[in-house]
Ligand binder design. Sequence first.
Ligand code: SAM
Length: 284
Amino acid sequence: MEKLSNPQVTIEILKKYNFAFQKRYGQNFLIDGHVIEKIIRAADITKDDVVLEIGPGIGTMTQYLAEAAGYVYAVEIDKNLLPILEETLAEYDNVNVINEDILKLDIHELIRDDKRTLKVVANLPYYITTPIIMGLFENDVPAESVTVMVQKEVAARMQALPGSKDYGALSLAVQYYAEPYIVAHVPPNCFMPRPNVASSVIRLTRWDKPPVEVDDEKLMFKLIRASFNQRRKTLQNSINNSQELNISKSEVTDALNKMSLSENIRGETLSLEQFARLSDLLKK
Ligand code: SAM
């Protein structure tokens, strides 16, 4: 069939199945072939790869992925989309559509016997962008890269460096696991229906091992969360105020002195490396 990236083909198929968009699932379907080609290029998909697509929708990007990749697992939560996907992907024998919630699916189990390189590609449902991406990283899903469409502001936060206004817990969490690279900005008119925010495509290339060494990852992330929960406070106050931690102000002062940092410093100026060092110093 003709590709769904042609808006007319998308309109026809939606009409044929009398499909009703579900807002709660973040359904904004791509209707621009150039954007999809850019995503596939950035993800560097070859026939030696297996792709995990999160939320195929009516299969618009899946059609391109099936042509580029060796195999595609497409995980879609909305069962109303299944009959549509059956038709739009009928000509591809290398696609497996799975009707599941990506946040509940055991991805390790899904790809267990597959020795090919795994790449994640998605136009993500924006309401769960962070849990999906952090879930992939924290559960050690063996994906070489994660190339995704996200809200423009979220992409900026993922790529932000210390001191910038977008820098925060998400920047540090993402950058601990992967190297971010914003590939393109995508305006609302490339989707149906149009979202009321601008979007960006970001590629996150997984590090072989994290760029910093830290004794207790969990403690470091608690410190990071505490620092950015109370952005306007000094680091020693935000850490001291955190319910999650039991660390006194003077312990933080000592650690900051050892790192030759000012006692009045705020978390938003600390690099990942400095948070790792601070975490090692505060470990009891
Ligand atoms: N890939 C399609 C495209 O680009 O046209 C659709 C993208 S749309 C932004 C997000 C898709 O994710 C929707 O099809 C939605 O139903 C699906 N989705 C939402 N929550 C999900 C979840 N928890 N697990 C799996 N899929 C989900």
